[in-house]
Design a protein around this ligand. Sequence first.
Ligand SMILES: N[C@@H](CCC(=O)N[C@@H](CS)C(=O)NCC(=O)O)C(=O)O
Length: 222
Amino acid sequence: MTKVTLYGLDASPPVRAVLMTLKALDLNYDYVLVNILAGEHLAPHYIEKNPQHTVPTLEDNGHFLWDSHAIMPYLVDKYAKNGALYPKDAYQRAIVNQRLHFDSGMMFIGALRNIVRPLLFMNETEIPQSRINALDEVYGFVETFLAENDYVAGMELTIADFSFVSTLTSLETFLEIDASKYGKLTAWLERMKQLPYYDEANGSGVAQFSGLMRSKNFTIVP
Ligand SMILES: N[C@@H](CCC(=O)N[C@@H](CS)C(=O)NCC(=O)O)C(=O)O
């Protein structure tokens, strides 16, 4: 029987995106905690697996792969009974890829990491308002993606939804999603929360993330 190993911790958004994929595919997996807050990702045995020392990392049959945006397509291509989560049609797949790049570059690095890294690793407690404004811009883009779609890359659930929901629910720690302004985004979030594996794969981890951030007693400054 197939068994893969995921290295990570629940507070990490890209780890949660991979957890949602594993659950959606109903795959057997081992989960190895890598506590990046305690520096465990810098241990030589972890760097041997992933020299970029990020979480998540996937181990499959002696092979190592990192970056959630590479891991999720791999899992679907290799293990899904059907390709719905990562469509085979070239155009549909390209749309999913575009969304994955949007998450990777604009939402995760451009918006979230810009806020989180100084709080967690540089002992800063003030967040410039301009970084919060970047979140509003992101919410606006996602609202546009959802204008005529039930899910972020079309009418069907895909791995792009897993990336988006893990990042967006984390961004909410810093800027609430205003339902009157972002109706489609709010409705999609509710749809995602109905998934049977949502709480286990994303809900509890995002609560940990949010608690950790709030423990830094940050303030937003002009
Ligand atoms: N694009 C990567 C981002 C991975 C990432 O930056 N993870 C953070 C935790 S959320 C991390 O491992 N930080 C520790 C480090 O960069 O050394 C992905 O989607 O997997």
